[in-house]
Ligand binder design. Structure first.
Ligand SMILES: Cc1cc2nc3c(=O)[nH]c(=O)nc-3n(C[C@H](O)[C@H](O)[C@H](O)COP(=O)(O)OP(=O)(O)OC[C@H]3O[C@@H](n4cnc5c(N)ncnc54)[C@H](O)[C@@H]3O)c2cc1C
Length: 318
C-alpha cells in the first residue's frame, strides 16, 4: 500500500514543512512496507514537482495542474486529493500532511469525505496504525491507534527532520478534480520580512508583556533578533496587546517552534506558551521575576530587567 503526502507550496517553491511530512511518511512506510508518493496540487507548479523528484524517500510525484488549484483553496485541493485517493488503480493506506494552516484546512475535509477519523498533530510513529500525539497543551502524550482502512494523519513538523536530498522520483500528471465553486480567491497580504520564517528559524527571539509596548518590542527586542539573525516571536499577551502581529504568536494557539536557540524575553512561561516552544534545543529566559515559570524550562536564565539586559546583550554582540 502507498502513502500519499500533500505538498505545500506557492506554485514556485516547496514549503519546508512538506519535507517534514515526507520524513514522517517514510517512517510509516517502514511499517507499511509501502512507497511514498507526493501530490502537488497547483497551477504552473511544475518547478515544485521537479524539486520533489530529488527528495529522498519519494517514489513518485503526482502533479495535478489546473487554474482552480492556483491559490490552494482548501475545497478545490480536497477535490484533487479525493480524485487521487479514489482512483481504483491506486491503493493508498495513509494520507499524510504537515499540521500547518494549509494542511489543517485540507486533511479534515478529506477525512470527512472518506468517513474516517483523522489522527492530528502526530509527533511519533509507533506502527502503521499507531501514533503519538500531544494532548492537554503538550502536558500528556496520547498513543492513538486508528482502525480505519485509510489513515488521515497530520504531523507536527518540529517532531520530524527535513527529508534529505537524494531521490530519483518521476512525475506523473493526475486529474486535478473539479472547482468546488464554494470559495473564491480574493487576495493575499503577505508579511515581507528579511528575517527567517518563524517555524523554520534556527534562532527565535520572543517577547512578552514585559516589553510594555510595541515601540519597545521594535526598539529593544528587534535589534537582538537582528544581531542573532533570528526570527521574532511573541507571547499571546504581547500579540493581544498589539506589540506584535498575530502571526508571531508562539504557543498552543499560535505556532509550534523548536529552534536551536529560543530566547524568551519578558515572558512568564504560561503552559500555553510552553506548549509552543519547550522542544527548543536551548532555551534562554530573561525575566525580572525569579519565580517566573519560564525559568523551570530554561537552560540558561538571566534574572534582571530586560531593558538593561537586552541592550547589554546587543552591545556585547557588536
Ligand atoms: C486557551 C488559551 C490558549 C492560549 N494560547 C496561548 C499561546 O498560544 N501563546 C501564549 O503565549 N499564550 C497563550 N495563552 C495565554 C497564556 O495563558 C498567558 O496569558 C500568556 O502566555 C502570558 O503572556 P506573557 O508571558 O507575555 O505575559 P505575563 O504572564 O504577563 O508575563 C510577563 C512577564 O514579563 C516579566 N517582566 C515584566 N517586566 C519585565 C522587565 N522589565 N524585565 C524582565 N521581565 C519583565 C514579568 O515578570 C512576567 O513574568 C493562552 C491562554 C488560553 C486560556
Amino acid at each position: 500500500m502507498t502513502i500519499l503526502v500533500i505538498a505545500e507550496h506557492d506554485n514556485t517553491s516547496l514549503s519546508p514543512a512538506t519535507l517534514n511530512a515526507i520524513s514522517a511518511a517514510s517512517v510509516i512506510s517502514t511499517f507499511e512496507d509501502g512507497a511514498v508518493e507526493v501530490l502537488v496540487a497547483g497551477h504552473n507548479a511544475a518547478a515544485v514537482a521537479e524539486q520533489l523528484t530529488s527528495v529522498a524517500g519519494v517514489s513518485k510525484v503526482l502533479y495535478a495542474d489546473a487554474g482552480h488549484l492556483e491559490n490552494g483553496l482548501a475545497e478545490n485541493v480536497e477535490s484533487a486529493v479525493l480524485e487521487v485517493l479514489r482512483n481504483p488503480t491506486r491503493q493508498y493506506s495513509h494520507l499524510v500532511v504537515a499540521a500547518t494552516a494549509y494542511g489543517k484546512s485540507i486533511a479534515p475535509r478529506v477525512a470527512a469525505q472518506l468517513d474516517v477519523a483523522q489522527v492530528s498533530d502526530v509527533i511519533a510513529v509507533l506502527g502503521a496504525d499507531t501514533f503519538e500525539r500531544p494532548i492537554y497543551a503538550g502536558n500528556a502524550i496520547a498513543t492513538v491507534q486508528s482502525v480505519d482502512t485509510m489513515k488521515v494523519v497530520t504531523v507536527r513538523t518540529t517532531a520530524f527532520p527535513l527529508a534529505s536530498i537524494g531521490g530519483g522520483a518521476t512525475v506523473e500528471s493526475v486529474s486535478p478534480g473539479h472547482d468546488a465553486g464554494v470559495s473564491r480567491y480574493v487576495g493575499r497580504e503577505l508579511t515581507k520580512s528579511e528575517r527567517p520564517e518563524l517555524t523554520a528559524a534556527q534562532i527565535v527571539v520572543s517577547g512578552g508583556r514585559g516589553l510594555g509596548s510595541g515601540e519597545n518590542y521594535e526598539g529593544v527586542l528587534a535589534p537582538l533578533a537582528d544581531k542573532l539573525g533570528a526570527a521574532l516571536g511573541a507571547s499571546r499577551a504581547a500579540v493581544d496587546a498589539g506589540f506584535a502581529p498575530n502571526n508571531y504568536q508562539v504557543g498552543q494557539t499560535g505556532k509550534i517552534v523548536a529552534p536551536q536557540l529560543y530566547v524568551a524575553v519578558g515572558i512568564s512561561g504560561a503552559i500555553q506558551h510552553l506548549a509552543g516552544m519547550k522542544d527548543s534545543k536551548v532555551i534562554v529566559a530573561i525575566n525580572k521575576d525569579p519565580e517566573a515559570p519560564i525559568f523551570s524550562v530554561a537552560d540558561l536564565g538571566i534574572e534582571g530587567d530586560l531593558f538593561e539586559v537586552v541592550p547589554a546583550l546587543v552591545k556585547a554582540l557588536d
